[in-house]
Design a protein around this ligand. Structure first.
Ligand code: GLP
Length: 263
């Protein structure tokens, strides 16, 4: 794992977008794993700008999102399908038929999870999985005690997550769906590369536990320590509780793979 700390949220998101763009240029038929949440809005805005500027082609790319609320249809503006269409898909030249999300209205949720896993396999697996971390320590919607080998399935959301996401539902906790479909921790770890973006002081404690704490199902984000190719990008506020800071900064300043991203 490598941890790259940037001065602010904007710079952190820009670096994440530049990394995604570099992978897409190297492999135009990239299979991207995508995440939602406020943290990612800036990343998608940067990618859209790069596309509009003529430098980024999504025409052969495919995408798989991490999760979706159960009970919300694609037309519901609070659904993650709607979020993705709004923030990214409508702004770049990706073929909508190549963008995949779990269907939160599927009548048989287990069958939907099996379908999604099969679809990822058929696509050849995910090349680059973008991840945020929730205040409950989750990646996707893998709430505490999610098995580190779990696959795509339905999960009940914790009170912490319901509270964190209530803003998208007019601040009304009662309106937040109580369950979601999510890739499992094992599904996420199967991706060939992980890119984790974490910003803001509210995430400082959970980021330190994910990156430097013991690997535990209580913090599903700590499973990223098991992945052989994982990059974490944080802003100063989120990095406030990390103990290995000096070494992380040294890596960014000195390792050749980061040379193109230092300015
Ligand atoms: C949400 C999503 C996660 C996301 C996380 C952080 O609940 N299921 O995929 O990464 O929580 O959200 P935010 O960026 O809004 O803090």
């Amino acid at each position: 794992m490598e941890v790259i700390i940037q001065p602010d949220a904007d710079r952190a998101a820009t670096l994440a977008a530049r990394l995604i763009a570099a992978r897409l240029r190297d492999k135009p038929d990239l299979v991207l794993g995508l995440a939602t949440g406020r943290t990612m809005e800036r990343v998608y805005a940067r990618l859209a700008e790069m596309h509009e500027g003529g430098g980024l082609d999504f025409s052969r790319a495919q995408s798989f999102n991490l999760d979706e609320y159960i009970g919300l249809s694609a037309r519901d503006e609070r659904s993650y399908r709607h979020y993705m269409n709004r923030h990214l898909f409508a702004r770049v030249n990706i073929d909508l038929a190549h963008t995949h999300l779990l269907d939160g209205t599927a009548p048989d949720l287990k069958a939907e999870a099996v379908r999604y896993e099969a679809l990822i396999r058929t696509a050849g697996g995910i090349d680059l999985q973008l991840l945020g971390i929730g205040e409950a320590g989750h990646i996707g919607f893998n709430e505490p005690l999610s098995a580190l080998m779990s696959r795509t399935r339905d999960k009940a959301l914790t009170p912490t997550t319901l509270k964190q996401n209530a803003a998208m539902f007019g601040g009304d906790l009662e309106k937040v769906p109580k369950r979601a479909l999510t890739m499992g921790v094992g599904t996420i770890l199967d991706a060939r590369e992980l890119l984790v973006l974490v910003t803001g002081a509210a995430k400082a404690e959970i980021l330190a536990r994910a990156v430097e704490g013991p690997i535990t199902a209580m913090v599903s984000a700590s499973a990223i320590q098991l992945h052989p190719s994982c990059k974490v990008i944080a802003d100063e506020d989120a990095a406030g509780r990390l103990r290995g800071r000096d070494y992380y900064d040294w890596i960014f300043r000195n390792e050749p793979e980061w040379a193109a991203f230092r300015d």
